[in-house]
Design a protein around this ligand. Structure first.
Ligand code: ADP
Ligand code: MG
Length: 238
């Protein structure tokens, strides 16, 4: 079980408060999308869940375990970044297996997991290439593959498709939806693309300036926004 619970999570950088005390429950297997204007704290909130930033106060649990002070590698999460963050000197296969190698997994198991992820993402013909010989869409596929091989309970995506052209974005969006179905994993996805949010989400969290304005299904937010900010952001006609 890997639902998430955030309780009064706060984050400040120096004297600047960025996340103001967020309470949020995410169900096991749910696809949750964070939306909100640039600078509202979407990436920071995701990085807090990943453990890449420490909370200033509050608690965070994953699968019923308090992970507030747990190292990123031990939280059962894997993050996919907008910038792909692949190692340029490694092949696709090495990039995908690197995290497992670092955590001491046996070579045979790494090979098996990489080939499993590679099959899901149709990466087989690309395994021996270096990132510079890949298109943007292929690079993002590798970055997603690298997350899959870690078999996380929770996937975190930070605007993973923002660097891709419109056509590829649609294609990758469908692949991510399919992946969610196949793996049944809990996923948190940050985007500023309303279509991505509305089509992917079980639940949308609308953020403004480090505060949750509203949480609900796409339909609820569209039909019954709590305020004009949410309406404006989700695109409902009111
Ligand atoms: P979003 O992803 O919604 O665009 P971010 O989470 O990246 O927003 O940033 C939220 C706010 O926190 C911004 O004002 C940003 O400048 C600030 N911020 C983010 N990371 C840091 C950091 N490491 N140091 C100082 N300020 C930061
Ligand atoms: Mg961001």
């Amino acid at each position: 079980m890997a639902g998430l619970e955030l309780r009064q999570v706060k984050k400040s950088f120096g004297s600047v408060d960025v996340i103001h005390g967020v309470d949020l429950d995410i169900e096991d297997g749910e696809f949750t999308v964070f939306v909100g204007p640039s600078g509202c704290g979407k990436s920071t909130l995701l990085r807090l869940v990943a453990g890449l930033e420490a909370t200033t106060s509050g608690t965070l649990s994953i699968g019923g375990q308090d992970v507030t002070d747990v190292e990123p590698a031990d939280r059962g999460v894997a993050m996919v970044f907008q910038s792909y963050a692949l190692y340029p000197h490694m092949t696709v296969e090495e990039n995908m297996g690197f995290g497992l190698k670092m955590t001491g997994h046996p070579a045979a198991e790494i090979k098996e997991r990489v080939s499993g992820a590679s099959a899901i993402l149709h990466l087989d013909p690309l395994l021996q290439r270096k990132p510079k010989a890949l298109s943007g869409g292929q690079r993002q596929r590798v970055a997603i593959g690298r997350a899959i091989v870690r078999q996380p309970e929770v996937f975190l995506f930070d605007e993973p498709l923002s660097n891709l052209d419109a056509e590829l974005r649609v294609q990758m969006r469908l692949e991510i939806a399919k992946l969610h179905k196949e793996l049944g994993a809990t996923m948190i996805y940050v985007t500023h693309d309303q279509v991505e949010a509305m089509t992917l989400a079980d639940k949308i969290v609308v953020l403004r300036a480090g505060i949750i304005e509203q949480t609900g299904s796409p339909l609820t937010l569209y039909d019954d926004p709590d305020n004009s900010f949410v309406a404006g952001f989700i695109g409902s006609p009111r």
